[in-house]
Ligand binder design. Sequence first.
Ligand SMILES: C[S@@+](CC[C@H](N)C(=O)[O-])C[C@H]1O[C@@H](n2cnc3c(N)ncnc32)[C@H](O)[C@@H]1O
Length: 193
Amino acid sequence: MNLLDKFHNWRRKQRWNRQYKQGRWQSLRSEKEALRYQKIIEYINRFSLKNPSILDIGCGDGLLTERISPEDYSFFLGLDFSNESIKIASEKRLPKAEFLTADAVKFHPKQKFDVIIFNEAFYYIHETEKQNVLNRMLKSLTEDGIIITSIYREGHGCWQYFKEDKRLKELDFTTVTTDEELRYWKIGVYKKS
Ligand SMILES: C[S@@+](CC[C@H](N)C(=O)[O-])C[C@H]1O[C@@H](n2cnc3c(N)ncnc32)[C@H](O)[C@@H]1O
């Protein structure tokens, strides 16, 4: 990222912080959004090994962690560049879970994970950094590990990173719909090919 991009990235971070402080993302707790979390959890249970370690990039206030039964993971690391969201997530004291304030663009995991999730976060990563972030996450994925990506609506300019990468094999891809025509998410699961 050049200097101007870095400045915009910083501004976006401040905006997320403000929004989490104002409670704006409480909307993710709605019944409609729940369908998306359910699908992700179903994919974890279906495609990953038992008791996986999970890395959630752009985890927000830890809602996905709250929705997964602690018996279904051995360790959960949630990462977000908004310190306000991480503060909320940490205060929940969820079992076997840690939350870290870090920018996905700079983050180098200290261990490998069985499941790496981009839950409504990949499209926020700066265009010039998307490939770098995915490369780093692939290196941090265990041999039998899976990547799960959820993107609102069409996710223009995002899916090609997963679908056209020869290092990845698509295990499943679905659209989670709701009774609102324009509220839907596409979710893909990938493993190393
Ligand atoms: C729409 S919210 C989704 C939150 C959460 N994944 C969920 O679905 O409950 C997107 C999140 O991505 C985070 N985010 C955006 N860009 C990021 C980056 N470069 N590094 C880390 N987190 C980022 C935001 O702070 C925000 O919490």
